[in-house]
Design a protein. Structure first.
Length: 268
């Protein structure tokens, strides 16, 4: 049975909700202390000697320092309030632990989301300045503690013209991912640089398509038009053919026929 600080539970609870709940508990216990003081003063809170009667903000202050388990001692509980403050202190320990766990697992939660939503087969259609069309198979996968991108580019005849490897540099998922890539071919159109992928969500909320810009450090004039799509389950057979077999003609023809009409004209 998962504990209350299970990462799966923390992933589903936004940070602002935990923070709001924390202050709501402080306010609630502050009201309880004030109520006890009003109904049964002999079981309420006692302030410093010689000070005026406690005001509403004093109850809030005592509630806050009790929940934070600080306990300065300037205001102290007597009678029933001691039991209430003990319960409050235990609740404060649990709430603080939950809050700290949320903060410390934020990065882990982020990586988990990337693994779940970004890691997949993707296909893109590339239009170069000279009018050439290429089909790229992209594979996003979590490896060696980072999101990595590998790709294979094919011309319209199904011939492999380039392959590359890339590692994530900037993450603003599900809007933008920026990778630093290195081509396996020195004569390729893309040698070394950065590719930024701008994602578009489907009706389900899961990003299903992207447009991309390339900043090649070796060939800065490389400015292709790139549009890509997540490979659907029914299309995996074509993706596997491009990834594993030298003959990619049927798969390339399928993706060109489906996606080329969606590709805008390139720059002249």
């Amino acid at each position: 049975m998962p504990s209350v600080t299970s990462p799966l539970l923390l992933d589903r609870v936004p940070f602002w909700l935990i923070l709001a709940g924390t202050f709501a508990v402080v306010a609630a216990f502050g009201g309880i202390y004030a109520g006890i003081d009003h109904v049964a003063p002999q079981h309420g809170l006692v302030g410093p000697p010689g000070e005026p009667p406690l005001a509403w903000y004093d109850y809030f202050y005592f509630s806050l320092v009790t929940q934070a388990t600080v306990g300065y001692g300037d205001i102290r509980p007597v009678g029933w309030s001691r039991l209430v403050s003990s319960i409050h202190a235990i609740a404060g320990i649990c709430i603080t632990g939950f809050l700290v766990a949320k903060i410390t697992t934020a990065a882990i939660s982020r990586y988990r989301i990337l693994q779940k939503e970004a890691c997949d087969y993707w296909v893109d259609i590339v239009r170069h300045r000279d009018g050439r069309i290429e089909v790229g198979l992209l594979i996003m996968q979590w490896r060696d503690g980072a999101l990595q991108l590998s790709g294979r580019n094919f011309n319209t005849r199904g011939i492999l013209v380039d392959s590359f490897r890339a590692v994530l540099m900037e993450d603003d998922w599900p809007q933008i991912l920026t990778f630093r890539y290195t081509s396996d071919e020195a004569t390729a159109d893309y040698v070394e640089g950065y590719i930024s992928m701008f994602f578009h969500a489907s009706h389900s909320g899961m990003p299903s398509a992207f447009s991309a810009t390339v900043r090649d450090q070796v060939k800065p004039d490389t400015k292709p038009v790139i549009r890509g799509w997540r490979v659907l389950p029914a299309e995996l057979v074509h993706a596997h053919r491009l990834n594993e077999h030298p003959d990619g003609v049927p798969a390339v023809e399928y993706f060109i026929q489906k996606y080329l009409p969606r590709l805008p004209e390139g720059p002249k």
